[in-house]
Write a protein that binds this ligand. Structure first.
Ligand code: PRX
Length: 648
């Protein structure tokens, strides 16, 4: 694997935190950050124990960390419950009647749930789970639209020690099925449908398809959201609202061991099969609660909006567990940002008085494209802090976000982290860190991040290398579900003694981290990780296809676009209809986000003598740049000439 990642962007603009912001901030100057960070990295256990102590434990831990690399146990022997920490804890004081969730559906209806109400709903749902035979440790698959019940289902699982695995509502039946089989889930929670761009997404129908031939799922709990006519399979499917009539609202939290699994979330890796990233309770909650408090500089009267779906890690950590553990008021919006018009977000911000907005660069680029007039129509003066996550933000998009949304007043926290890290790892602290557009700046407390060369040696300023983490942290993944060897190989074998992130990066002379992108075969499309191998195997499963190679091409809006090079089985002919059919086939197999933007037919693919597809060359062809670098290992050079010719 090569780490010769070039980076040509040198950004000179610096934005220091405004005095008024810093005055009230958790960490109010850069010197304090540096001092606290240095201390926290010297003794991370001390820092994290202090943070963990802000949570409610029913039994205190006896040891902060048990580290037998690469396996970590945090807060050993401690007992707690995640839903108790997110809910019950807030019921005794003034937060009892504070809004926990302010929700808006895409068609426009609204619901507000106070902490008291959310607690009650979660208890009811936890009892529904129990009534349906769900026990601590059982896996429950959640496939829901972005409605309060998605959060209620997650916290209901946590309340009884069941392990949730949320599948993004945009994923297909095949994806649901793979995840059910891998996780061993026996219960599925879904809805009759959800709204997206004015259409109903038929979630229950997707579940029905996924469950064909799958015996292990004994119960499907269906929430009525759209009144769409759906099939109910006797003996397997039950309505949420009917079940609720049989249970009461009393359900004491079930304390679990700190290392009890909280959830499994699937993400793409460089091989075909998605990985079930396993997170446990005590460390994950400590990491998400602590980062939410410092990075978003949370205050009691904030109205906090993270626009991610619960199907992604950002939704887990910064829409559910982190903010609710801090007693925040969270906005939840079900639908598309441009429905019915491209100002939906700005309307929501103005009407709910949102103070913190956390979104993705791909969304920001879409807003830029739709035009400045849309945010201008609305009063955005309630905003005090902005955030981004999911991919590098290009300085131009950063500046637009700063000027048109933050009105020059709001700091921007560009947060780097991953499904695997569980919580934010590299990010500015808004009252302390001078910002430069395009960099996630510096590591969070207790995080020892570095950039190393192929031999594991730290590189100098502005030299590119691999981004690694040198010490364990509480919210880190514990394993790939059911596959410890793969966990070890994937994350802990590339650089000795370090967690390897898969990202390339450099540090500038001030030590700021600039993330260049993935260095494995993983694409980042609109902020979502897609394994090239996964898309390839979906393409090859099309009857007419012999072989496929998928690469990313830079795309203004999505960060990367998916380009598929396809060779057909003999006797089949390339056509626009077939390209379209292949695109549809991928959307069906994985979900619309994985749909190739371009399908290019080729007689053969460039390969090394050992038969490995030379993606580097395909990438250059896909992006229309000149073929550079070594081509001596190429088996048949004429393949390249033909591919180039087909491009013209
Ligand atoms: O390549 C990095 C990119 O997204 C990857 C993690 O993807 P995922 O597990 O889906 O989680 C996304 C949400 C946390 C990283 O390896 N990435 C994420 N945030 C940033 C980023 N790249 C640059 N800057 C960021 N702020």
């Amino acid at each position: 694997m090569s780490t010769n990642i070039e980076s040509h962007l040198i950004e000179k603009r610096v934005f220091k935190p405004a005095k008024e912001f810093s005055k009230k901030a958790q960490i109010s100057n850069f010197a304090d950050y540096k001092k606290l960070h240095a201390e926290s990295v010297k003794s991370p256990e001390k820092f994290w124990a202090k943070e963990a102590a802000t949570l409610k434990w029913t039994k205190k831990w006896t040891r902060v960390l048990d580290w037998k690399a690469p396996f970590a146990k945090w807060f050993v022997g401690g007992h707690l419950n995640a839903s108790e920490n997110c809910l019950d804890r807030h019921l005794e004081g003034p937060r009892r009647n504070k809004a926990a969730i302010i929700w808006e559906g895409e068609p426009g209806e609204r619901r507000t749930l106070t902490y008291h109400q959310l607690h009650r709903e979660v208890c009811v749902f936890a009892n529904i789970l129990k009534r349906n035979g769900v026990k601590s440790g059982d896996r429950v698959l959640i496939y829901m639209p972005l409605i309060p019940e998605a959060v209620i289902a997650m916290l209901g699982c946590a309340r009884i020690g069941a392990v949730h695995s949320v599948v993004f509502g945009g994923f297909s039946s095949e994806s649901i099925k793979d995840r059910i089989l891998d996780s061993g889930a026996t219960v599925v929670v879904t809805a009759d449908g959800g709204y997206r761009r004015g259409q109903i997404v038929s979630l229950k129908q997707n579940v029905d398809h996924a469950l064909q031939g799958v015996e292990q799922v004994r119960r499907v709990i269906v929430f009525r959201r759209t009144h769409l006519d759906i099939h109910i399979q006797e003996g397997r499917d039950v309505w949420w609202h009917r079940e609720a009539e049989y249970v009461d609202a009393k359900c004491p939290p079930h304390p679990v061991d700190s290392e009890h699994p909280l959830f499994i979330l699937y993400t793409s890796g460089s091989t075909g099969k998605p990985k079930g990233i396993l997170h446990t309770t005590g460390g994950y909650l400590t990491g998400t609660a602590s980062t939410t408090k410092y990075v978003f500089d949370l205050r009691e009267n904030d109205v906090y909006w993270c626009t991610a779906d619960v199907g992604w890690i950002t939704g887990h950590s910064y829409l559910v567990y982190g903010p609710l553990a801090n007693g925040a008021t969270c906005v939840l919006y079900e639908g598309a940002p441009n429905w019915p018009e491209p100002d939906r977000f700005w309307k929501i911000i103005a009407e709910f008085g949102v103070t913190i907005l956390y979104t993705a660069p791909t969304a920001i680029r879409a807003f830029m494209k739709w035009g400045d007039e849309w945010p201008k129509k609305h009063d955005l003066s309630s905003l005090r802090l902005l955030g981004t996550v999911g991919e590098p933000i290009n300085p131009e998009a950063w500046m637009w976000y700063h000027k048109h949304i933050g009105e020059g007043r709001c700091p921007i926290v560009d947060t780097w982290w991953q499904t695997e890290t569980g919580a934010i790892m590299i990010s500015p602290l808004p009252g302390a860190t001078p910002l430069k557009p395009g960099t996630a700046t510096l590591p969070f407390f207790g995080i020892d991040a570095a950039i190393v060369d192929d031999k594991g040696k730290e590189v100098g300023p502005n030299e590119g290398g691999k981004l690694v983490i040198r010490k364990p942290w509480p919210a880190m993944l514990r394993s790939i579900y059911g596959d410890k060897p793969r966990y070890r190989k994937q994350y802990w074998s590339e650089v000795k003694g370090c967690y390897f992130t898969g990202d390339g990066a450099r540090r500038d002379k001030d030590g700021y981290f600039w993330i260049v992108g993935r260095i494995d075969d993983v694409l980042n499309v609109a902020g979502h990780r897609l394994g090239t191998a996964e898309v390839e195997s979906a393409i090859v499963s099309h009857h007419d296809v012999a072989e496929a190679a998928v690469v990313g091409r830079p795309d203004e809006l999505k960060g990367q676009a998916v380009v598929a090079f396809v060779t057909l089985r003999s006797g089949y002919k390339a056509s626009n209809e077939l390209a379209e059919a292949i695109r549809r086939h991928v959307a069906h197999a994985i979900g619309p986000i994985a749909k190739p933007d371009d399908v290019r037919f080729a007689e053969s693919l460039p390969k090394t003598r050992s038969g490995k597809i030379m993606r580097r060359l395909l990438k250059q062809i896909a992006s229309g740049s000149a073929i550079t670098g070594d081509t001596t290992t190429l088996e048949d050079f004429s393949v390249l000439t033909k591919l180039r010719a087909s491009d013209e």
